[in-house]
Design a binder for this molecule. Sequence first.
Ligand code: PRP
Ligand code: MN
Ligand code: MG
Length: 179
Amino acid sequence: MHEDIAEVLFTKEQIREKVEELGKIISREYKGLNPLCVCVLKGAVPFMADLIREIDIPIEMDFMDVSSYGNSTRSSGVVRIIKDLETSVEGRHVLIVEDIIDSGLTLSYLVEMLKARNAASVKIITMLDKPERRKVDLSPDYCGYTIPDAFVVGYGLDYAEKYRNLPYIGILKEEVYAD
Ligand code: PRP
Ligand code: MN
Ligand code: MG
């Protein structure tokens, strides 16, 4: 285990099983719909990569990178698009793939934006959900694990861009971010 990790929440094996389970559900629910899986960079990359390989129906994938403005505007939920989709979502069944939902501000903005572009449907799949931190009324359509309000890293989740490559999800030691 990495020395900065206090506790492992979900092991590599648990994650593998959960992703397999989610892949089966998505394959069933999106049969015949050729969904567009939209990965929100960068945190969702490992989950997206694993999830699509557990889906046994045709899908397409695309990527978006967004960034929130300063703290004052963050509460309004306005996000800046750093990299937009290359695919037109008009008439498409869009599945947004996230690593974690925290305040929900990033996703509530994205969902509205994709609906405004006339997607046939917009749903959310997230590996982790932290409902205690929510600032807007939003819940995922598909979720791996619901977790308490702890500082988690690994499997795409970072602290200052570190730890994304850990194959498990763990709680970061307080001393690492307290300085
Ligand atoms: C994190 C996380 C989600 C978002 C959740 O991404 O990966 O995308 O924040 O927060 P919210 O529910 O409060 O909006 P971040 O903006 O840190 O970028 P990253 O994925 O590149 O780490
Ligand atoms: Mn992210
Ligand atoms: Mg981040």
